[in-house]
Each structure stands twice: as structure tokens, then as C-alpha cells.
Design a protein around this ligand. Structure first.
Ligand code: PLP
Length: 409
């Protein structure tokens, strides 16, 4: 097997994330393609062998993020059920469980099905399962994975689930989804109690607890305003849990929290479980929110990026990379941020391209150079890729499938 050799100039001069096209390549593309198809990459391929645009995971940062969050949850006596909607990758869900998580949240039934089929248990589906076909899928999933928890916010849906479970001779575990921050859920307090009483009265459903996600709190800028926001939104959830128990309905679980509020919600008495997602990767949006000890949010590392190649240089001060609207999600007002080189302004250049203004770039950028970008918003960007390349330094250590990519049903 060939070993790659680098031209001395490329190895010495280029910043870590800006790689010169002048490198001599050791492998032909067909060889690389075969290795990628077999997953036979460790010790063989490097970042420069990857076809771009490519989704990269920095394993050192990722492992650090896992260790920090799992340690935090343990020290604060909270269960951790990280949200799988962020990564949609069974390897990552399994790594989290290995590190101490009790399972994984899934946004939709199709996402949960992929996790279950790949050995991930302890699933909490955070969106209600509505309609005959989705309920049939819920029966199939719960038959295989009895510990799955389904969110509900509607009495008829609870009755439909109860009837389906009765016919299938199973019992559904249900979490009452509370309307705490403007998305789904039943109103906290008496309306939620009514739903819990209905669940308690039916033979084929069982109350597992409460699902209460305050998404509006997670990106509030500044730790103190974020804390105030989350404490206000989560207080009715804690109250509702007490109300259930006062009325003789055991409510072991109150699941909530996010990457922005994990260290706020874990201080609130009555919240038993955290369900953050983005901390595994981080993104431009989360980098801005401010931390507990200062204006920078540094609790977790940026482990996720998109690797691109400069494919055109229209003028000295402009370059075009091969990553555009199909390589990054565009739901946020922030642009991808270049790693390893300062002063590059990114602008959308259409479906396939990104335009770079190099007027203030801290290093030269040439045709064929590879530039890595931190992603504006991790979840929807990951959903654009079939695989994630896991790097240790510059070496590709593994290739993981984004197996639940596109699973939004
Ligand atoms: C229901 C639910 N729980 C938890 C999360 C995780 O939030 P974050 O990725 O901000 O940590 C999300 C993200 O959108 C969510 O929808």
C-alpha cells in the first residue's frame, strides 16, 4: 500500500485547516472509494483524501463533549437522554449510552425506528404519534422496545393509543407533552392533569412522566437572561408534576433542557432528566449565547465542520468553495465560519457554492485549497449528509452513517 508523502512547503506552511492542493496524493480515487465503501479507513486515509463538501467530526472534541455532559448530569443527579435529532447517527447515540446516558430522544417515529433497529434503547419520542399508520408503527416499535416512551398532548390520541395497544396486547409508556414554550403540548396545570387522569384510567397505557422542552430558552443570549427565561418556562412543568402526584398519579419523569439550559434546568428541583442535543457538535448559533462565567460559551467544543475545496478564484480577493445551500442549512442569519484562517467572509453563492471575500484573510487562499467551516446550525445541516467522517487530528478514524438522515416522518 502506498504511503502518502507531502511536499515540504505544504506541510510546513499551511494552517491546520487550510490544506494546499500541492500535496502529492498517495492513493488514487478508486482506491479511496473502495476504502470508504468498506469502512477500511483507520490509519490509511486523511482529511485530504475526502471528497468535498464533507461533514467532519473532530473526535477529540466530540469525546470531550460527551465526557463533560455525562459527568455533569451524573454530578447533578439527573438522568441524561440526549436528543438524537441533532446527530441522527446510531454510533453517536450508542457512544452516549456507553458514556452514561439512559437512552436517546427521537423527534419522530421514523427516527426512533432507525435508532431501535441499530441497537439504541431507552427511546423517548418527543413528538406525538398521530394517525392510524403512525400508531401502527408505534405498536410495532413498542412491541420490540418495551421501554419506548411516546409523547401525547391530546385525549383522543391517548384513547387511540390505548385501543391499539389493547389489540396488540402491549402497553404504551406515555409522557404528557406540556406547552411550555410555544410549540406542541397541552397547557400545564388542570388540562395536563385531566390528560394524566385519563391515562391512569386506561388499561393499556401507563404514565411515564412529563415531556417539557422550552426551546425558546436555549438560545437566549447571556446566562442570567437565559436562566430567567428557562426558570419561568419550566416552573409550570414542575408545578404540574407536583399536581399529578398530589392527585395520586405517580410521575417519575420530568424531561427537559437543552444545550443552552442544561446547567440551569439541572438546578431546578423536580426536573429529573436532561435532553440536550447540540452539545455533541456545537455550531455558530450556540457559540454566541454566552456562558455562566463570561460572554463566551465554552462549555462544549466545536467538533463538527464542513470541509470544502476552493474551486474558483474569480479575482485576487475572491474565492469560491464547493459548499453552498446544499452543504449548510440556511435557517439562521449567521454564515459558516472558516476554521484555521481569520478574516474570511462567507456569502451564499447558490446551491453548490459559497463565495469568500478574502480582502482581510489572514493567509493566502489558492485554487484547490481545502477550507473547513463551522456550521451555522448543526441539526438541519447534518440532515444533508449521508455520512460523517470521524477524524483524529488529520487521520480519518471511522466513517459513520447518518442513518436517520431524512427520517422526518
Ligand atoms: C424536544 C427537544 N428536546 C431537546 C432538544 C435539544 O436542544 P439542543 O439541540 O438545543 O440542545 C430539541 C432541539 O430542537 C428538541 O426539539
Amino acid at each position: 500500500m502506498h504511503r502518502r508523502t507531502f511536499l515540504a512547503a505544504a506541510a510546513a506552511g499551511a494552517p491546520a485547516h487550510l490544506h494546499s492542493a500541492t500535496e502529492k496524493r498517495g492513493y488514487s480515487y478508486p482506491e479511496i472509494e473502495k476504502m470508504l465503501a468498506r469502512g477500511d479507513v483507520k490509519g490509511k486515509l486523511t482529511r485530504d483524501d475526502l471528497p468535498t463538501p464533507a461533514l467532519l467530526l473532530d473526535l477529540d472534541g466530540f469525546e470531550d463533549n460527551l465526557a463533560r455532559m455525562t459527568r455533569y448530569a451524573k454530578e447533578h443527579n439527573r438522568a441524561l437522554r440526549p436528543h438524537g435529532k441533532t446527530h441522527k447517527c446510531p454510533e453517536i447515540a450508542r457512544a452516549l449510552i456507553k458514556a452514561g446516558a439512559v437512552g436517546a430522544c427521537a423527534a419522530k417515529i421514523s427516527e426512533a425506528e432507525v435508532f431501535a433497529a441499530n441497537g439504541v434503547g431507552g427511546l423517548l419520542i418527543t413528538t406525538a404519534v398521530i394517525g392510524k399508520h403512525k400508531i401502527e408503527r408505534a405498536v410495532r416499535l413498542a412491541t420490540e422496545r418495551r421501554d419506548t416512551i411516546f409523547s401525547v398532548d391530546n385525549a383522543q390520541n391517548v384513547r387511540d393509543l390505548n385501543d391499539a395497544a389493547g389489540r396488540a396486547r402491549i402497553r404504551f409508556n406515555l409522557a404528557v407533552d406540556l406547552f411550555v414554550s410555544g410549540r406542541t403540548g397541552i397547557q400545564p396545570g388542570e388540562p395536563a392533569l385531566g390528560l394524566a387522569q385519563l391515562i391512569a384510567s386506561l388499561p393499556h397505557v401507563k404514565l411515564a412522566g412529563i415531556q417539557a422542552y422550552s426551546g425558546g430558552s436555549s438560545h437566549v443570549i447571556g446566562f442570567e437572561p437565559r436562566k430567567k427565561h428557562s426558570v419561568e418556562r419550566m416552573a409550570p412543568a414542575v408545578e404540574t408534576r407536583r399536581l399529578f402526584e398530589k392527585n395520586g398519579i405517580p410521575c417519575p419523569l420530568l424531561s427537559g433542557g437543552s444545550t443552552g439550559t442544561y446547567n440551569i434546568d439541572s438546578e431546578i428541583d423536580g426536573i429529573t432528566e436532561l435532553q440536550p442535543g447540540s452539545f455533541v457538535f456545537m455550531d455558530v448559533d450556540y457559540n454566541r449565547i454566552g456562558g455562566q462565567s463570561g460572554p463566551k460559551y465554552e462549555d462544549f467544543r466545536n467538533s463538527l465542520s464542513v470541509l470544502t475545496t476552493v474551486v474558483s478564484k474569480p479575482t485576487d480577493q475572491q474565492a469560491v468553495v464547493d459548499g453552498g445551500l446544499k452543504a449548510f442549512s440556511t435557517d439562521k442569519p449567521f454564515m459558516p465560519e472558516a476554521k484555521g484562517i481569520q478574516g474570511i467572509d462567507f456569502a451564499w453563492g447558490g446551491d453548490e457554492h459559497g463565495r469568500l471575500n478574502l480582502a482581510k484573510a489572514s493567509a493566502a487562499v489558492n485554487l484547490g485549497d481545502r477550507i473547513e467551516f463551522i456550521i451555522p446550525h448543526c441539526d438541519p445541516s447534518v440532515n444533508l449528509y449521508d455520512r460523517i467522517y470521524c477524524l483524529r487530528g488529520d487521520s480519518v478514524e471511522a466513517v459513520w452513517k447518518i442513518a436517520a438522515r431524512g427520517m422526518s416522518q
